[in-house]
Design a protein around this ligand. Structure first.
Ligand SMILES: C[S@@+](CC[C@H](N)C(=O)[O-])C[C@H]1O[C@@H](n2cnc3c(N)ncnc32)[C@H](O)[C@@H]1O
Length: 237
């Protein structure tokens, strides 16, 4: 698979139309994320979404949490244009900021009380240094008690368990009619090549937990299925 070019209009439209089919865990993890947010959302508070893309998640947030407002950051005008179209009915509830998350330290956000920061299937595009900088930035932006929710692809880092991971994907293909197993490579080495070729730099869940804790968060995995995780970090004070 060629490198993903989010600034290519055809790639953006293609992902928007069928991204879910390559990740059947997405809907369940998003439902958990929305449940956590809905149970705690305080009126007047804002959510920061890093890599908000075409606004698929914002539509779900606005439909489910009437008091939610979102600042979405992305570097792809093509994805942001799809978001603007999708979110027309909610125009007063979100603000869009164009910025490269690889340079998150220079990101200037609208001033709001940020109760939540979320990032869905986006931060795996960052290098390890950029990811750690992003975690420190997120920690600094959140208000005390705020919650960071990461939904993302995890690195498969255990060659000895490759056949078991393949069985998880094969089962998902059977249950959800997804198309994962064949897309992820015939063996561990080919898998790593495919991931790199797509421009993805996923890290393992333990690495994420460690970096979140280094940034100051209390961190835990809320859901993990194969190589897809929902990880939460609380800014205690
Ligand atoms: C797979 S899409 C996910 C979009 C959205 N979060 C969702 O789940 O529906 C990944 C998004 O991350 C954005 N992205 C990737 N690298 C980025 C970077 N360095 N800075 C800002 N956005 C980035 C892309 O433009 C794209 O919109």
């Amino acid at each position: 698979m060629p490198i993903q070019d989010w600034k290519d209009a055809a790639h953006a439209a293609g992902w928007d139309a069928q991204g879910d089919k390559t990740n059947p865990t997405r809907q369940e993890q998003l439902d958990i994320l929305l449940s956590v947010m809905a149970d705690a959302y305080q009126p007047g508070k804002w959510t920061l979404d890093l890599g908000f893309g075409s606004g698929l998640v914002e539509k779900m947030i606005f439909d489910r949490i009437p008091q939610a407002n979102v600042v979405g950051v992305d570097s792809s005008r093509e994805m942001m244009a799809l978001a603007a179209e999708r979110l027309t009915p909610y125009v007063e509830r979100y603000q869009a900021v164009e910025h490269d998350l690889a340079q998150i330290e220079s990101l200037i956000l609208p001033e709001h009380p940020y109760q939540f920061a979320i990032s869905i299937q986006a931060l795996h595009h960052l290098t390890p240094d950029e990811m750690q900088t992003a975690y420190r930035f997120i920690y600094s932006v959140l208000e005390p008690g705020g919650l960071f929710l990461l939904v993302d692809r995890m690195r498969v880092e255990t060659p000895g368990l490759w056949s078991a991971v393949q069985s998880v994907w094969a089962r998902q293909d059977r249950v959800y009619e997804s198309m994962i197993k064949d897309r992820e490579g015939a063996n561990f080495a080919e898998h790593e090549q495919i991931v790199r070729g797509r421009g993805d730099l996923p890290m393992g869940p333990e690495q994420h937990l460690s970096w979140m804790r280094d940034a100051g968060f209390e961190a835990a995995i809320l859901h993990l299925h194969g190589n897809r995780a929902l990880i939460a970090g609380r800014k205690l004070s």
